[in-house]
Design a binder for this molecule. Structure first.
Ligand code: COA
Length: 264
């Protein structure tokens, strides 16, 4: 992807990319430009993985991943503009979820409001020990609009999510880790990014096709009953038996050699 962006940088690192939201003077707050650029990037990856096997998504600087939707921009919006803005933010979260490879949120500081919502749309969250999460919208007379009312409850349970959303309070890294919002904590940003790429190194060794299908089935199942989710799992479990990766993976095991996966 060679397109230039005003608010994003994409650094290719072998099979992976580091996506950095680059608006540190406003703590990487999400205005319409940022959201439109994120949407363009993730939708492009949704159509064509461009050889990537994973992406790490972080915020520029040491202070914030994303400090929320841009409050200055929202302060002048009417109902129709708010609907359009919310719809744009939601479409970014869906585009992140529909990316055909893992996206790890590397949260380095504040992940508030829309920042917490963007992180939750990623496959999982790694964070620094100084990270701060929260959905502070009620303090502004707002409600979460980029998926927070839905995804937070699914990730940490409805009661905990309600307590966090109704109070708008900050959730420090250790609590976010304890309740399962964050998978792992790291002392600083360098360690955080190194760990995220190390995880992607493991992912790159397995079948990209199997990872893509696992992601699809798990994301779809999140919105279904267990029984309906099992049906989608079974359909893909059976379909994968026609893939080259499945034949290679099982053959390599029997022949006691490393598998050479092609991703199809
Ligand atoms: N929208 C727009 N601008 C934002 C922003 C947001 N969500 N969060 C931070 N900024 C801007 C500030 O206005 C400030 O800009 P300025 O230097 O031009 O005045 C700059 O980023 C630095 O923020 P500042 O508040 O000075 O940093 P701080 O260290 O004192 O506080 C926070 C950090 C995150 C606690 C504070 O910025 C904050 O509360 N932000 C809003 C969080 C929020 O409510 N998010 C949800 C929105 S729905």
């Amino acid at each position: 992807m060679n397109t230039m962006y005003e608010t994003l940088t994409i650094e290719k690192k072998g099979d992976f990319a580091l996506l950095t939201l680059n608006r540190p003077d406003k703590l990487n707050a999400l205005n319409s430009t940022v959201l439109s650029e994120l949407k363009a990037v993730f939708e492009a990856w949704g159509k064509d993985a461009q050889g990537l096997k994973g992406v790490v998504f972080t915020g520029a600087g040491d202070k914030a991943f994303i400090a929320g939707a841009d409050i200055a921009q929202m302060s002048d919006m009417n109902v129709d503009q708010a609907r359009e803005f919310g719809s744009l933010g939601q479409s970014v979260t869906l585009a992140i979820e529909n990316t055909p490879f893992p996206v790890i949120a590397a949260v380095n500081g504040f992940a508030l409001g829309g920042g917490c919502e963007m992180a939750m749309a990623c496959d999982f969250i790694y964070a620094t020990t100084s990270a701060v999460f929260g959905q502070p919208e009620v303090k502004l007379g707002l409600i979460p609009g980029f998926g927070g009312t839905q995804r937070l409850a699914k990730l940490i349970g409805r009661a905990r999510a309600k307590e966090i959303i109704y109070t708008g309070r900050n959730v420090k890294a250790d609590e976010a880790h304890r309740v399962g919002l964050v998978v792992s904590l790291f002392e600083n940003k360098d360690e955080l990014l190194a760990a995220a790429f190390k995880t992607l190194d493991y992912v790159a060794k397995v079948s990209p096709n199997a990872v893509k299908l696992s992601k699809q089935v798990m994301n779809t199942g999140n919105d279904l009953t267990v029984e309906a989710g099992l049906k989608t799992e079974l359909a893909q479990f059976a379909a994968v038996f026609s893939s080259e990766d499945m034949k290679e993976g099982c053959k390599a095991f029997v022949e006691k050699r490393p598998a050479q996966f092609k991703g199809c």
